[in-house]
Design a protein around this ligand. Structure first.
Ligand code: PMP
Length: 284
């Protein structure tokens, strides 16, 4: 049985409860972070904390716990649940109050929930085979840079992909790819240039994205942060996505069109190796 953390207590998952008045439940008024665990260590914890504070600030959500305390809870859960490979999920909502669109008083305490999930990150079948993606309209709200729990469109399009025999969906706004349902999207051009959309309200600033773009620099690859179209993606030599739990994940088919040779290419394969090595080395 899993031990989870709720508002100061470590409890068996069956006993963990939050209020029906929780604003995360009623308004999706909550933010989250997912930190990967490799060899029992946290990957890029500082990066996740930085983005967490940005999300809190953007939503004017009061929160007073220290990063060191959050780190201690992450570690405690990893240890109590004996996780060597997987993730820690952290969610903070604006707390529980009578249902009202107006935010409650700042004195209402946030709801803080953390739990672990086991997952094979390194030995991943999808990464070996390469993902098939479909393209869909990006119909999310316009603040995709904030990591809120409002994930319904992402969930709908991922299910649509599954129904169509694909693995994921890439979202498209005004003809340009924004990102994957739960990952950032990239293509590799004929000359080896890696192209990914630049950061704006339209995408989440992936912690893995930042790390992988740094890795790209280390292998001497040219990186262009700019928008690309679905047509450009279809004629790319390689394509891939990145996320905390997916690492670097090849994309070998877009809307039924094979990308490059239809198998994971050298750039994505190398980036996945380097990213895995680097994050393993700096995990804490
Ligand atoms: N974009 C979206 C929409 C996501 O949900 C995620 C993962 N939460 C990412 C990008 C990748 O972010 P990260 O590398 O921090 O996991």
């Amino acid at each position: 049985m899993r031990t989870v953390y709720v508002n100061g207590n470590y409890v068996p998952e069956e006993e963990a409860t939050v209020s029906v008045f929780d604003r995360g439940f009623l308004f999706a008024d909550a933010i989250y972070e997912v930190t990967s665990i490799l060899d029992g260590n946290l990957i890029d914890f500082d990066g996740h904390m930085k983005r967490l504070h940005r999300s809190l600030n953007e939503l004017k959500m009061p929160f007073y716990m220290k990063d060191a305390d959050l780190m201690a809870i992450h570690r405690e859960l990893v240890s109590r649940n004996a996780i060597t490979e997987g993730l820690v999920y952290l969610q903070i909502s604006r707390g529980a109050a009578d249902r009202d669109f107006i935010f409650p008083a700042a004195s209402v305490p946030p709801t803080v929930v953390l739990f672990t999930q086991e997952k094979e990150l390194i030995d991943n079948a999808l990464a070996k085979r390469g993902q098939k993606v479909i393209t869909v309209d990006d119909l999310r709200w316009r603040r995709c840079d904030i990591k809120t729990v409002q994930l319904l469109w992402a969930s709908i399009v991922k299910n649509e992909a599954k129904v169509k025999g694909a693995d994921d969906a890439w979202m498209v706004r005004d003809g340009f790819v924004t990102e994957g349902s739960s990952n950032n999207a990239y293509i590799v051009e004929g000359d080896g240039t890696i192209v990914t959309r630049s950061f704006s309200y339209d995408i989440l600033s992936g912690i893995t994205r930042t790390a992988v773009l740094k890795c790209a620099g280390e292998i001497g690859a040219k990186v262009e942060e700019r928008s690309f179209t679905v047509d450009e993606a279809k004629v790319a030599t390689e394509a891939f996505s990145t996320s905390a739990t997916g690492f670097v994940n090849p994309v070998v088919e877009i809307d039924g069109v094979k990308i490059g040779t239809g198998v994971p290419g050298p750039v994505v394969t190398r980036l996945r190796e380097i990213y895995t090595e680097t994050s393993r080395a700096v995990a804490v």
